[in-house]
Design a protein around this ligand. Structure first.
Ligand code: DAK
Length: 259
């Protein structure tokens, strides 16, 4: 891949968007590579957590590629929006947990791809925003939907209508990110969190992701029924037997085996 740097550290995968000449802006080529990468990560049983970041120190992702978008017709704009939305939905629905390590500018499509991850942490240099209305367009990769679900419609509308960027501390205050780290500590912190998650029983972790994400779309009675179902399914796993057995025998559990 040319536009994504990929590495595995144990059971944690790290993907860094890499377009050094455009602050990692998302063009069609990046979206195609991301699509392919997500299929590969989803098919790899050994990967338990995916960290998404931007290469370099200045940007996570500075948005969709404005050069590529500037000449789009209505039909091409819709097709570009669909391509992005399909990839972002694939990221959001990846069965394993995902962490966005936001290491700089996360604007437009950059803020949106971060919001398609389960957890966001950022560097103290990070800047977030949805600048689209200032460019004559709407957020096109799910920003109107995910931002309002994450920070509430009032704050999402303020950010989107005003097209004003916010800094890391404001992003933390409104709940857009979970934590802020000095730039050099961001990736170690992301890795530490990923490894902590990866040590827990993978089937249970995936079931929690499904229960939270699908449950949020359901009325409460259906959502708790979904939780009951997923809870029950854990009792068919070897990892549940090992985890509870170890507790009762007052010993540390063996590494979970994803079975
Ligand atoms: N696209 C293309 N190139 C970009 C870019 C972007 N989003 N952001 C930066 N670059 C390029 C710059 O053009 C520059 O290239 P050269 O001139 O060196 O060739 C290089 O990256 C370095 O950027 P700067 O020189 O501007 O760096 P500064 O430090 O001065 O400024 C900045 C950093 C992040 C404040 C500035 O680059 C900036 O404002 N960038 C644009 C940020 C932005 O507005 N992003 C949101 C894009 S809109 C839709 C689908 C998708 C979307 C909407 C609708 N549908 C189909 C409905 C999504 C929209 C967006 O994401």
């Amino acid at each position: 891949m040319t536009h994504i740097l990929f590495e595995k550290k144990g059971s944690v995968a790290i993907a860094a968007i890499h377009r050094p000449n455009a602050l990692n802006a998302l063009n069609s080529a990046v979206l195609d590579e991301l699509d392919e990468l997500l299929d590969a990560v989803g098919a790899d049983d050994a990967i338990r957590v995916l960290i998404l970041t931007g290469s370099g120190e200045k940007a996570f992702v500075a948005g969709a590629d404005i050069g590529e978008m500037s000449t789009l017709t209505k039909a091409e704009g819709e097709a570009f929006g669909k391509k992005g939305n399909d990839v972002f939905l694939k990221l959001e629905r990846l069965p394993i947990p995902t962490i966005a390590a936001v290491n700089g500018y996360a604007l437009g499509g950059g803020c949106e791809i971060g919001m398609a991850c389960d957890i966001r942490i950022c560097a103290d240099t990070a800047v977030f925003g949805q600048p689209e209305t200032g460019l004559g367009i709407t957020p096109g990769f799910g920003g109107t939907q995910r931002l309002s679900r994450l920070v509430g419609p009032g704050m999402a509308k303020q950010m989107i209508y005003s097209a004003k960027n916010i800094k890391a501390d404001e992003a933390l205050r409104i709940g857009l990110v979970n934590a802020i780290y000095p730039q050099e500590e961001l990736m170690p912190a992301a890795l530490k969190l990923a490894e902590t998650i990866a040590r827990n029983a993978p089937i249970a972790v995936r079931a929690c992701k499904e229960a939270i994400d699908r449950g949020l779309e359901l009325p409460m009675d259906e959502a708790v029924a979904l939780e009951e179902n997923l809870f029950g399914s854990c009792f068919e796993t070897e990892d549940q037997k090992e985890g509870m057995g170890a507790f009762l025998e007052k010993r540390r559990h063996e590494p979970y085996r994803n079975r």
